[in-house]
Write a new protein. Structure first.
Lengths: 165, 505
């Protein structure tokens, strides 16, 4: 198995090969012996040259994070042989930007109307969840092209609320 | 003794009260809203009854429905927990009228303490020290400007019926006053159904220290030591400890005696908490009395060795306090972390959702009062408090070390929690030195987190190895499903999987 693993923006080449007593692991050309057990889903017990680590996996629809001890790492795993994984997902800073609900809640009120000009960081609407009201802010300076929700609407995490261009 | 108690609450506090009941051989009755059928408190109860839709105003705040369940189930007493109806004098009165014992103070005491302005009028008569300001609600913006000019800026606007920071505004200058007053009033109206707001001089960088009291129905009142609650965010407590680093035995005794005087002035019975603001010269001012069991009561339970819920039930049963003030010993140190469903990467915005993994700490000196479990869907309709992690040690240092160890063991995903925040607090030099005030947490969060220490330098490499091992050992999981970002496309065939593992493809 060969992977490109991006940890905190840095790409590592990882080669894994099963042996009789674990895994031979080449990380950026350096060889280490790894023993790995999955005691339960999302928890990995790793022995790397005798040192023990418990690694926990946290995944959402869009990201993968691994916790080594109490440090959290954003991780991306790519199969270098796969064409799909080579396509970059470069974010376009120009053009329209979506404002999405950070988590489930209810839209309490709108702070900007369609076609209104907003500054980066200006509140566009207010979402309430768990007794907290929170302003959802515009990610960029521009014009509110579309508001795709209304006051009183229930929203799920990741729902598009408005588009700013 | 009561044979059956209804717990008019949900989440960790309902579970905590049920535990005490079970210990005392008392049957428990849970109530739950539509979204709480699978909540832990329903699972832990002896009986459970639905009381309506998710919004609290249609379920947990419905006096009629709760009393109806009490009647149907034959519960002889109701424990209100904290929040919801716990400080609602009308509810306490309705319980009395229905012949059900309310485990808490009388409606009259609650009434007096429930309105901050009325409490202030009474307590000023009893000679309790106060922060300068008005003892009654403001009637106009002009009046607010006048009072603010008298006591001097900055001033604090507060909802008379308030709590939990709702309807509170800090105002630095005259120009901000009018709009702050309007928003405080409208928030107070929305949150408490009462728009009364009063004004106080704002004490700069105060500490928030509170004193636990217990009073039986025979005129005996004792204090049980202070809790340092200065670590707050949006006026919500985040971490509490006892004892406070600045309170010595002499100051503790003085605060305790004032707290007992407050309780006696209100004819107070059962468990209550007297909150003080403490300025930099260690002057303390009466802030308010919370007429209920507090979220942070375990801290006092650990340092006194008492069980406050047992005692609440015994007091409500008409028993005398089984000890006098001189028999209460405070020893050791306890620290509580409030584990909230909040996203640290998104300005601590609430984060409801399904808990997919929960690894819980245990071991020496660790207590965990929790309302969550793995697989539970945290509803979006209520307060984000999930659990409390409390550590105990012979001194503050040991309590802190144990807490840090327990936080290291604690892991929750699926939703976001503020567990990492406590790791930051514990490592902070000001926390370690006990240099705290109510602005502490905002200052800490305004700084960038330190970028980790040298001991963990090798760990990005461990994360990289782990990412590969996860993909190999658990290829069918969600992480591997997204071929674009997280590894191979879904492996459907064992042949293909085997081939890949052996790199034969």
């Amino acid at each position: 198995m060969v992977y490109d693993v991006i940890v905190g923006g840095k790409t590592h080449r990882l080669e894994l090969e099963r042996t009789e007593d674990g895994w031979n692991c080449r990380l950026d050309g350096t060889q280490v012996h790894v023993d790995a057990v999955l005691p339960r889903r999302d928890v990995l017990s790793l022995l790397v040259d005798g040192r023990a680590y418990e690694v926990k996996r946290e995944q959402s629809a869009t990201d993968l994070h691994l916790w080594v001890g109490s440090t959290r790492y954003g991780v991306e795993l790519r199969d270098p042989r796969s064409l799909r994984s080579r396509k970059g997902s470069a974010l376009d800073e120009k053009g329209p930007r979506k404002i999405v609900a950070p988590m489930p809640g209810r839209v309490i009120r709108l702070l900007a109307a369609e076609q209104a000009e907003v500054e980066a960081g200006q509140g566009v609407l207010v979402v309430e969840a768990m007794k907290m009201q929170n302003e959802i802010k515009s990610p960029k300076k521009g014009i509110v092209k579309k508001i795709v929700t209304a006051a009183g609407a229930a929203v799920n995490a990741g729902d598009v609320l408005a588009i700013v261009e | 003794m009561f044979q059956k108690i209804l717990i008019a609450n949900r989440g960790e506090i309902a579970v905590r009260v049920m535990r005490a009941c079970r210990e005392m051989g008392i049957a428990t009755v849970a109530v739950y809203s539509e979204v709480d059928r699978a909540s832990l408190h329903v699972r832990k109860a002896d009986e459970a009854y639905p009381i309506g839709p998710a919004p609290a105003s249609e379920s947990y705040l419905r006096v009629d429905k709760i009393l109806d369940v009490a009647k149907r189930s034959g519960a002889q007493a109701i424990h209100p927990g904290y929040g919801f109806l716990s400080e609602n004098a009308r509810f306490a009165q309705a319980c009395a009228d229905a012949g059900v014992k309310f485990i808490g103070p009388t409606p009259e005491s609650m009434e007096m303490m429930g309105s901050k302005t009325r409490a202030r009028q009474h307590m000023e008569q009893a000679g309790i020290p106060f922060v300068p300001g008005t003892a009654r609600g403001l009637t106009s913006a002009e009046e607010a400007e006048k009072v603010a000019a008298q006591v001097g800026y900055p001033v604090m606007l507060k909802a008379a019926a308030g709590g939990g920071g709702k309807g509170m505004r800090l105002v630095h200058t005259r120009t901000e006053l009018r709009s702050a007053l309007e928003s405080a009033q409208s928030e107070a109206q929305r949150s408490f159904g009462d728009s009364e707001v009063y004004i106080e001089k704002a004490i700069v960088n105060p500490r928030h220290i509170e004193m636990q009291v217990l009073a039986d129905e025979h005129g005996n009142t004792v204090w049980l030591g202070e809790r340092e609650c200065s670590i707050q965010r949006r006026h919500q407590k985040v971490l509490e400890e006892s004892p406070s680093s600045i309170v010595d035995p002499e100051m503790r005794r003085r605060m305790g005696e004032v707290a007992v005087r407050v309780a006696k002035a209100a004819n107070y019975t059962n468990a209550g908490t007297v909150e003080f603001l403490v300025d930099q010269q260690k002057n303390f001012y009466f802030l308010e009395m919370n007429t209920r069991l507090q979220v942070e009561h375990p801290v006092t339970e650990l340092t006194t060795g008492l069980d406050l819920v047992h005692l609440q039930i015994r007091i409500a049963n008409g028993e005398k306090l089984p000890f006098s003030q001189s028999e209460i010993n405070i020893r050791g140190h306890a620290i509580e972390c409030r584990i909230y469903a909040e996203d640290p990467d998104n300005n601590y915005f609430p984060s409801p959702g399904k808990i997919t993994l929960l690894l819980a700490p245990s071991g020496p000196g660790i207590r965990r009062d929790s309302g969550m479990y793995e697989g539970w869907n945290v509803p979006m309709d209520y307060d984000p408090l999930l659990a409390k992690l409390i550590s105990y040690g012979t001194d503050r240092q040991q309590a802190t070390m144990r807490l840090e160890r327990a936080l290291y063991e604690y892991f929750v995903t699926g939703i976001k929690t503020n567990i990492s925040l406590f790791q930051r607090i514990i490592r902070d030099a000001d926390f370690q030195a006990g240099k705290l005030d109510t602005g502490y947490l905002d200052r800490l969060l305004a700084r960038k987190p330190d970028s980790g220490d040298g001991a963990h330098a090798a760990e990005p490499r461990i994360a990289a190895i782990a990412a590969g091992m996860f993909a190999v050992l658990d290829p069918g999981s969600a992480a591997a499903r997204d071929g674009n970002a997280c590894g191979p496309a879904p492996v459907t065939s064992n042949w293909k999987q085997k081939g890949r593992q052996e790199a034969l493809r």
